[in-house]
Ligand binder design. Structure first.
Ligand code: SAM
Length: 269
């Protein structure tokens, strides 16, 4: 294959491989791995993180889209009985396939080009996990961990923080990767909350309201929501949840979004 073609494929798959043993060790430590743990890794690449996971956990299932890595990984892990590789697109895989009825941990240096989609997938499948440790592009890490009131606070912050405690663990320098990426990276720990901030029956409307509320950030919450719902419904829901219609979405806490979703849910019954 031409060098140029390899380079383009790498970029498309978000392939920047970690090669700093200290960072690999720190990621493993953030996941608090134990010998009984059943771990999923998304995108093992050449398996450097996988090796650390295989040493500390009971079982590792690594899901990799790039089938060109198969020969290399099969040889590299021939002696590693607790590790298996699944060559599929993680976005098309139901992760419950690997849970064996118990909770799993997920540890991954995510492909950055699809990290938001993967985070939403993990949100959908959150009940499978006791802990999630992911490396992300700095901006995405800032978004999902952002408190209200910041520019980085948006629907992804609200959606993830409604179901997880989101903590930035540490920053990772660019030189820890090969090839050296154009962006900074951060490792984030997501611990599932005992129960979500919203009422389970309102999850669908909670997500919709959070997305719509941030659709035009400069508008008031009332105006943003009126682009999608009946004017009277918006007015009633804001009144009912005791949220001033002149506020902007970024000033609302996750709990206020939950209250608002509950009001929409009730007023639309
Ligand atoms: N874990 C390795 C490391 O830290 O060195 C590689 C991480 S690299 C940032 C992301 C990996 O995800 C690549 O190996 C890439 O091929 C893989 N990948 C990209 N898209 C994927 C998808 N949809 N499903 C599964 N793996 C994917």
């Amino acid at each position: 294959m031409e060098r140029e073609e390899i380079f383009r494929q790498r970029k498309r798959l978000g392939q920047n491989f970690l090669n700093d043993p200290n960072i690999l060790r720190k990621i493993g430590a953030a996941a608090e791995l134990k010998q009984k743990d059943n771990v999923i890794e998304i995108g093992p690449g050449k398996g450097s993180l996988t090796k650390h996971l295989a040493l500390s956990a009971g079982k590792v299932t690594a899901i990799e889209k790039d089938t060109r890595l198969k020969t290399f990984l099969d040889a590299e892990f021939a002696e590693s009985a607790n590790t298996r590789f699944i060559y599929e697109d993680v976005l098309k895989v139901s992760l419950s396939r690997f849970s064996e009825g118990g909770k799993m941990k997920l540890v991954s240096n995510l492909p950055y080009n699809i990290s938001s989609q993967i985070l939403i997938k993990l949100l959908d499948e959150r009940e499978l996990f006791s802990k999630i440790v992911v490396m992300l592009q700095k901006e995405v890490a800032q978004r999902i961990s952002s408190p209200k009131g910041r520019k980085s606070y948006g629907s992804l912050s609200v959606l993830l923080q409604s179901c997880f405690s989101v903590k930035v663990a540490f920053k990772v320098p660019r030189r820890a990767f090969y090839p050296v990426p154009e962006v900074d990276s951060v490792v984030v720990v997501l611990d599932p909350l005992e129960k979500p901030v919203f009422l389970v029956s309102t999850e669908k409307i909670f997500r919709t309201v959070a997305r719509y509320a941030f659709s035009s950030r400069r508008k008031t919450i009332r105006n943003s929501l009126e682009n999608f719902f009946e004017r009277a419904t918006v007015k009633r829901a804001l009144l009912d949840s005791n949220i001033d219609e002149g506020r902007r979405a970024e000033s609302l806490s996750v709990e206020e979004f939950a209250r608002l979703a509950d009001s929409f849910h009730r007023t639309s019954q």
